[in-house]
Design a protein around this ligand. Sequence first.
Ligand SMILES: *[C@@H]1O[C@H](CO)[C@@H](O)[C@H](O)[C@H]1NC(C)=O
Length: 284
Amino acid sequence: MDSVGVLVWLSVVVTILSKSHADRNVYPSAGVLFVHVLERDYFKGEFPPYPKPGDASNDPITFNTNLMGYPDRPGWLRYIQRTPRSDGVLYGCPPWDHIDKQTVIEITAYNRHTFETARHNLVINIKSTEDFHFQYQAEFFIRNMNVEEMLASEVLGDFLGAVKNVWQPERLNAINITSALDRGGRIPLPINNLKEGVYVVVGTEVQFSSCLREVETPQNQLRCSQEMEPVISCDKKFRTQFHIDWCKLSLVDIKRVVTVPHERSPHRPGMLLDIGEYNPPPSR
Ligand SMILES: *[C@@H]1O[C@H](CO)[C@@H](O)[C@H](O)[C@H]1NC(C)=O
């Protein structure tokens, strides 16, 4: 074979090899939280020697995730894997301007013992759903959770349940999740099981409840400014599982947000983000 022949042959082999891993398609909606778990158990089966059912291989596996043809992920999509023996998680809020475009994420799994790699494509097809324009959005800061704990569907479900309980919307959706580390938080010392903390944005169609607005009272604003806990009547609905920092609660009516400056912080507790003027809605 001449060198061109070798190249053609190689590219055929490469094509066959890469075709052997089917692309995986997912269809998240723009404007609501997207979570995709990279399961170690699934990827374990991809590495030679292929484990037989019942094999208890616990090799460390790490993942690399990037937008096809680029070294990194798109800005809206974040990734976390706490240790090589935990699952990886891709998450973020798919942007409206990516609707009906395909985002292809290359996922490479590395077995850290055998140095084998496995390759998959995740094809993200962002859908537009008119239902998911949420006018009222609240951002909570949860002190006693890390982002990957919060991303677990049962924990997030518990949190949404607690919020529903104190807000009473028809529908409530998670919109975005951010580790406190991404906002300049610090990794806590490994004592007392302290957590980094996580911000969760949720959205609904109904006006903020009076409980959520309690943080805006002058007494609570004063307490917050003195780094004291505000007094929030519905805090007990969260307390058993979630420690909310009520001073960091942000309530945003997106119909009132005129401009969105790049600098979001520092937040003032309980205040609308991003706009100079604050008009309290008529009381009901
Ligand atoms: C979601 O959170 C990330 C990290 O804070 C931020 O960069 C992104 O703009 C947020 N997305 C939306 C739609 O708010």
